[in-house]
Design a protein around this ligand. Structure first.
Ligand code: ADP
Ligand code: MG
Length: 252
């Protein structure tokens, strides 16, 4: 898709080779190779339990792989000497369940990490937070608390909070799966705009319409391996592998 508005200053690519991850004797990722170019939008699809969330959690170093390498922006995340905190900071993650701080206002949700982690002053953090809250259409709700917002509004706050940390890569784990149908579109519209602005994005989603329209590439995972990948119109429109065909028959 076309790229416009240069509001994203720089974006990072991701390069994953031979990634293995086990929980005890349960091997969840069985050798994943995946490269995401800077500015590319990859939608990750596949049945429940196929390892999608585990893969995202490995990319932002919430999980330690058992084998394989992960590079973000050319820096090896799996290098023992890497500055893990710095790498984590550069990767934004948006979860199905929002994970906002329930006791903090919308504005404070978007400033606390900027101040604690990036050491920004309150006034600078608030200015940056307000810019992103405006961009997700929530400027007027900055004094509210998460429990006073709809699911879609909470997810938009979560996106603004992530963007306030200047990520070079955004990971989304089923960001609309917990939303009422009428608020899904607002969240997808924000993600679509972020993609147009050139953000590198890996999006786990069951929204096949979004994947078709926004993804540069669709990756289908099953049983801890990448089964099939390619342009959305090929993987969704004309899947080659029986497992992909079977999955799409069930979700479409
Ligand atoms: P998906 O996101 O595709 O549904 P997950 O990555 O969440 O898949 O899970 C893949 C497998 O890993 C599942 O069998 C799940 O039970 C297991 N798993 C995920 N996280 C953990 C964990 N923290 N501890 C143990 N097993 C886990
Ligand atoms: Mg998952």
């Amino acid at each position: 898709m076309s790229r416009s508005a240069a509001t994203i200053q720089s974006t990072a690519g991701v390069s994953i080779t031979g990634l293995h991850k086990s929980y005890g004797s349960n091997e969840v990722l069985k050798g994943i190779d995946l490269a995401v170019a800077p500015g590319e939008v990859v939608c990750l699809v596949g049945p429940s339990g196929s390892g999608k969330s585990t893969l995202l959690r490995c990319i932002n170093l919430l999980e330690t792989p058992n084998a394989g390498t992960i590079e973000v922006g050319g820096h090896a995340a799996t290098d023992p000497d890497v500055d893990v905190d710095k790498m984590r900071r550069s990767v934004g993650m948006v979860f199905q369940q929002f994970n906002l701080f329930p006791h903090l206002s919308v504005l404070k949700n978007c400033t606390v990490s900027q101040m604690q982690v990036l050491k920004r002053s309150r006034s600078e953090a608030e200015a940056i937070a307000r810019k992103h809250l405006r961009s997700v259409g929530l400027a007027e709700l900055e004094t509210r608390f998460p429990g006073e917002l709809s699911g879609g509004q909470q997810q938009r706050v979560a996106i603004a909070r992530s963007l306030s940390m200047d990520p070079t890569l955004m990971l989304f784990d089923e960001p609309t799966s917990a939303l009422d149908p009428e608020t899904v579109g607002d969240v997808l519209a924000i993600m679509r705009r972020l993609a147009q602005e050139g953000m590198t994005m890996v999006v786990v989603t069951h929204e096949m319409g979004f994947a078709r329209e926004v993804a540069d590439r669709v990756v289908f995972m099953d049983g801890g391996v990448v089964v099939e990948q390619g342009p959305a119109e090929e993987v969704i429109g004309n899947p080659q592998q029986p497992r992909t065909q079977d999955f799409l028959r069930r979700v479409l």
